[in-house]
Write a protein that binds this ligand. Structure first.
Ligand code: GDD
Ligand code: GTP
Length: 433
């Protein structure tokens, strides 16, 4: 039996995802019509041996229970959300909930960062792990990045034949290796012995009294950094391995990377769920005869959305539940969230339109893509800060928070609009608070 853990962090994380993470926890933001971590779950359920998925984070139970219930109904495996009482770091939660992970005696478990997206090769990763020496505690999924970009990730040096990792540095200040940590792992159950050693060693360092009676913030001993405190010391000991994979992989930190992930997950549907993709001339709904508009693949349209037949959608567009799209609308490289209304002849490019927003007729909403440099092999998405050195907004995709209203005939370019705003004029390169 196998299990999987998905690490999702909590409300203080995902700041670069604002304003989209203001009303939905970032792990539940829909990409290609499915919440980000549903793609992780779908990769996990492909493994017949995998019996339970534990989602670990510090969001309130109430924010996750609807999603977990839906997942539980959809897939015939056990899916639960375990809430950390405070941020315990990338390994603290794993140690805190060790009994739940060990219950039922799994042979091994996967750990997946909730903020990555990929064509997850979980079966290959598991097979690779089982073929390593019995001393192997962790196998890391690794991919190649450029020299300069590698510094933003965990970097590893490993033997190309055995996969043994000899050196691991988390976000080094100078170049170590172009092989980076994808935030996807297979762990043997003996990893808990290591975690216990780390936990107890920390307990000796910090006063247990302050930890127990709440004088400390509870972080000292229970907070464990997986990368720095576990992976780095495991390197060079024959306990840490890496499997380089050529599959598509990216971090999902900014709204710009959501558009990039949207494109790749839609492309992946061709292989995994072709029925989810809208085809040119698809009939919508039972007997309604509503011929879907012109589709330039790949496009996902939720069955409850209403799209006028003269609209043109795609490539790389996801339309959420209850969305209304009027005549003559053109949408490309964008995500339109539930209940949004896109009025006649509006143009939307490289943008995310929040839940319940309304865009008036003949408006133009446009952003700037921040795709990886196609001329650089192994280039990953850049996740630039919101502002440049002069304090100006870096051109990026345009984002409308939930329930934003854009009047007819206005132009919105490279802007971020906070929820519930009613714009009265056009804007360019601005954050509208
Ligand atoms: N449960 C829980 N509790 N999850 C957490 C916590 C916590 O206290 N802190 C972070 N996480 C989750 C995040 O939601 C995310 O999914 C994952 O753990 C890693 O988060 P970060 O701490 O933001 O690390 P990172 O994304 O900058 O870097 C990590 O991932 C890279 C690949 O995307 C590292 O593992 C790098 O080495 C790696 O290259
Ligand atoms: P490429 O695919 O980039 O080669 O160019 P294209 O001319 O086919 O245009 P694209 O697919 O990028 O989509 C833009 C389409 O929207 C074009 O057909 C434009 O005529 C149309 N368009 C541009 N601005 C507006 C607008 O403000 N409103 C509407 N309704 N359509 C527009």
């Amino acid at each position: 039996m196998l299990k999987a853990i998905i690490l999702i962090g909590g409300p203080q994380k995902g700041t670069r995802f604002r304003p989209l993470s203001l009303d939905t926890p970032k792990p539940l933001f829909p990409v290609a019509g499915r919440p980000i971590i549903q793609h992780h779950i779908e990769a996990c359920v492909q493994l017949p041996e995998l019996k339970e998925i534990l989602i670990i984070g510090y969001y309130q139970q109430s924010q996750m229970e609807g999603f977990v219930g839906d997942m539980q109904n959809l897939y015939s495996i056990n899916i639960r959300y375990l809430q950390e009482f405070t941020s315990l770091g990338t390994a603290g939660g794993m140690y805190h909930f060790r009994d739940q992970i060990r219950a039922g005696n799994p042979r091994a478990f996967f750990v997946l960062n909730g903020d990555v997206c990929a064509d997850f090769p979980l079966q290959e990763l598991y097979s690779f792990h089982t073929q390593r020496p019995s001393s192997a505690l962790v196998t890391i999924m690794s991919t190649e990045a450029t020299h300069q970009q590698s510094l933003h990730y965990g970097c590893l040096v490993f033997d190309r034949t055995s996969g043994a990792v000899s050196h691991y540095v988390e976000k080094p200040s100078s170049y170590v290796s172009t092989y980076i940590n994808c935030g996807v792992y297979v762990c043997s159950m003996d990893i808990f012995t290591k975690l216990a050693q780390i936990f107890h060693a920390k307990g000796e360092e910090y006063s247990c009294v302050s930890y127990c009676n709440g004088n400390g913030n509870g972080k000292e001993q229970g907070h464990i950094k997986w990368e720095q405190e576990v992976l780095t010391p495991l390197a060079g000991t024959d306990m840490l391995y890496a499997m380089p994979v050529p599959n598509w992989w990216s971090q999902l930190k900014t709204a710009g990377s959501a558009i990039y992930a949207n494109r790749h997950y839609l492309a992946l549907y061709k292989k995994t769920h072709p029925e989810r993709l809208a085809n040119v001339g698809t009939k919508r709904g039972e007997g309604d005869g509503n011929l879907i508009c012109t589709i330039l693949p790949d496009v996902y349209v939720h069955p409850s959305a209403t799209v006028h037949h003269s609209a043109v959608l795609g490539p790389n567009v996801a339309i959420g539940p209850g969305v209304t799209i009027g005549p003559g609308v053109r949408i490309r490289e964008s995500i339109i969230l539930e209940q949004a209304q896109i009025k006649d002849h509006t143009l939307i490019l490289h943008s995310i339109v929040g839940r319940g927003s309304t865009i008036g007729a003949w408006a133009r909403v446009e952003g700037t893509p921040s795709d990886p440099d196609p001329n650089k092999p192994f280039a990953k998405m850049e996740n630039p800060p919101l502002f440049n050195n002069e304090g100006k907004l870096n051109p990026s995709i345009t984002i409308l928070g939930c329930f934003v209203q854009i009047p007819a005939e206005k132009i919105l370019l490279n802007s971020i609009v906070l929820p519930h705003k009613e714009l009265s004029r056009s804007f360019k390169n601005e954050i509208i608070l």
